[in-house]
Write a protein that binds this ligand. Sequence first.
Ligand code: ZN
Length: 134
Amino acid sequence: MQMKFCLSCNKELVGRTDKKFCDAQCRSTHHNKNRPLHEITIQKINSTLRRNRSLLAHFSPSGKTTVEREILFKSGYNFDVFTHIYTFKSGTYYFCYDYGFLPVKDDNGVEKMLIVQKQDYMENLVFNPWSTSN
Ligand SMILES: [Zn+2]
């Protein structure tokens, strides 16, 4: 009988002849190692989006709150990443899924985030990246 070895750790495999890995952990290690780079990039962005969304929800449980930018930043908010934007006369809202914020400054120039939850009417807004004013 031919010996077979785990594709991940090279230990000899015993038991079923169609096995390729010792266990689920070796299988997952192998697949992670062989994942294309763009998949890793996508996963990183997705997890950043999720964290951003959780932070917005955490700091604005009622759906509309103003929080200092610094507080979110220190909690790990990443301002480079968002799912979409809505542009109004009051400014541009940056969304991560169903939560978003409007960058605002108070009278002392302190940077704050007006956190909002997505509203139904926003579904119908059409965003045109080429229009510079609205
Ligand atoms: Zn193994």
